[in-house]
Design a protein. Structure first.
Length: 278
């Protein structure tokens, strides 16, 4: 299989392969020597660039002593890397799409998020995030674990990358958890909005129909990889990094920016809602 450009599925395979190699206790150089490979060939695989036949990948995974199910999953990922986009269904308590989203958020240096119905996930306080998780199609016994994973995402809100959030005004008016949680969530937005690396913009209700009406999405940008679009649904996540899809959502971002309030105006909207709750 020829070498290819790194994409979302290729990096998913590469990350899983890196973890599998680490469990063996061997270095990539040592494993390449065992396989009689050039080290650069294994490096390409770990970086999601392909360059090996399916048979060679099967031999590599056997050296890593993965179970049959793990090997089958990895081979499926390797083959899927030739396709456009990546669809992940939930198969565990913490959804696979959430784990993959977290992984790419950590690697990104710019994140753009649009949220129409609730406060963007990275800006949710723990109480708010728990209630949003409980309202999702998650089994009651699994809510604490999924909510904990979602809350942990906020750890990336630190200097070193930039964040731009677009949120519809109606999401700010939604009383998630009652007045106490609602008030604290709005106050948290105000505190976060003054950080230099966070840009928070409100889309006002007064404009009516708007460019984000088709649904929520996130765009992540990376130092070395193409931008990535993430769409979340009730039971699966969609990841895209093909140029056409990314361009479509980058255009949505530009259109949202054109109708959004500036940061001072956005804070004034939040202040106004808070004053009404006193």
């Amino acid at each position: 299989m020829p070498k290819r450009e790194s994409n979302i599925v290729g990096r998913e395979f590469g990350n899983a392969l890196r973890a599998a190699i680490a469990k063996t206790g061997m270095t990539q150089r040592g494993l390449a020597a065992e396989l009689d490979w050039d080290e650069s060939k294994l490096s390409d695989l770990v970086n999601g660039k392909g360059g090996a036949t399916v048979h060679e990948v099967e031999v590599l995974l056997a050296y890593c002593r993965l179970s049959l199910a793990e090997r089958q999953h990895m081979i499926a990922l390797y083959l899927e890397a030739e396709e456009k986009g990546h669809l992940l269904f939930s198969e565990d308590v913490v959804p696979d799409q959430l784990r993959t989203l977290i992984s790419h958020e950590i690697e990104s240096n710019e994140i753009f998020a649009w949220s129409m119905a609730v406060v963007p996930g990275l800006l949710q306080i723990p109480e708010y995030a728990y209630l949003v998780t409980a309202a999702a199609p998650v089994a009651p016994d699994d809510v604490p674990r999924v909510a904990k994973a979602r809350i942990a995402r906020t750890e990336i809100l630190r200097p070193g990358r930039t964040f731009t959030f677009y949120v519809h005004e109606q999401a700010l008016w939604l009383p998630v958890g009652g007045e106490e949680v609602w008030r604290e969530q709005l106050a948290h937005l105000l505190r976060m909005s003054v950080r230099q690396y966070i840009n928070l913009h409100v889309i006002p209700r007064s404009i009516g129909i708007h460019p984000g009406a088709a649904g929520d999405f996130r765009v992540m940008k990376f130092p070395k990889f193409p931008p990535l679009v993430f769409l979340d649904t009730l039971n699966c996540g969609l990841f895209f990094d093909d140029k056409e899809t990314v361009a479509l959502y980058e255009d949505r971002l530009k259109r949202l920016a054109a109708v959004a309030l500036d940061q001072e105006q956005s804070r004034a909207v939040i202040d106004n809602i808070l004053e009404g709750l006193q």
